[in-house]
Design a protein around this ligand. Sequence first.
Ligand code: GLU
Length: 478
Amino acid sequence: MADKNGKLDLNKLSFSDSVSFYFDRASQFTDTPQGLLDQIKVCNSIYKMHFPVKYGNQVKVIEAYRVQHSHHRMPTKGGIRYSLMVDQDEVMALASLMTYKCAIVNVPFGGAKGGIKISPRQTPPEILENVTRRYTAELVKKNFIGPGIDVPAPDYGTGEREMAWIMDTYLTLRPGEIDGYGCVTGKPVSLNGIKGRTEATGRGVVYALNEVCSYADDMKGLGLSTGLEGKRVIIQGLGNVGYHTARIIREYGAKVIAVAESDGAVYDENGIDPVDLHRYRTEKKSVKGYPKGKVIADSLSALELDCDILIPAALEKQITDKNAARIKAKIIAEAANGPVTPAAEKILLKKGVMIIPDIYINAGGVTVSYFEWLKNLSHVSFGRMQKRWEEKHQRNFIKLVEDLTGKTVSKSKIDMLIHGADEIDLVNSGLEDTMIEAYQDIREFKKRRKNVPDLRTAAFAVSINKIRDSYYAMGIFP
Ligand code: GLU
């Protein structure tokens, strides 16, 4: 980590080193004793496993991980990633980000993450299923999964299908466990999942940006107008997070002028329709040849185009010291985990770029995972008990107003006024409130502590303070 003069060399930091670097930088703004800081920072349990899987008439050894970063709140929580880039350092870094993320948005979990070194695109579904089921069995064997122990979720390369396999394997091995469905989140809605979970991370990114852009002073400092309306946005990654971010941010009047994917980028100053581009890419397996915009072969160079907001929503280490100086965005929203390296961050902050850190802005996914877990433990969907009662109550109220005034309210107005909240309304409203409150906490901390240099440092400090208080409440530290 350090160069020959003993100085920290930002270019040599691994992913988990960079999370530690951010943690150390923020810890000076928290009133926390060193021993407790050491405990918060360290990964509590690391489970590395190898198991055999049949590929036709061959056998391959699969490398996989589950890391539980912090047990200060239980269960631990975090996604499972399928990628050939998975290694222990990456899973440790991602698990620790989950701890800080959960604390910021007041989700009462410790952080965890899992990873399987496998290519989800190049592996047939039958083999992916075998691998997923075996991985789950390994977790059960070691007591590394369960609604009160550790609750996985989707991440890069996984989705509803994998979560359903995990749930089914878990329930097979632990029959009759009444809360068993809560062993994993991000499940299909028809298998005790929750409405709104799939798009939750992207929706959370948009709710967060809407809040960030609502402060006139902050926007003025960046040379931007207030609000999302008219903002020119570039998004990297059209996976689950990028796709829904692109789709929803347009509903707020922003314009997606470029989308960068692994095999090329598409640029159109008049705005790209992400639904259309996604359909094209799914069909052709590439963005190449997309007729409604200019296709740029060097995908990474699209991040350097002029824009107001850049949203990296793919993988870590996309903006580095190599390309940071050429980035023109005024705001970078880290929808992916760790997309900006510390070396790049230094360059960007010097240029006055506002970086909205991953541990806050992509927390929408785990927030709605928390709602799903609550739904599983309560065995009833949100809104089911009170929706009709609320509607009846509202209808009586309107009737009273009509009687008192002698006027009649139109049917369309009545329908609008009486609509009782169902699951998706409550999930989205809970998510919006969570993203707004958390940003206010971070922004206020930064304002109150004048020498806090940036939003990431503020976010880490807010998070460390909350985790510290949990430890204090347990009476472990004096
Ligand atoms: N993988 C997502 C993340 O990085 C979601 C985790 C969860 O829902 O538990 O935040």
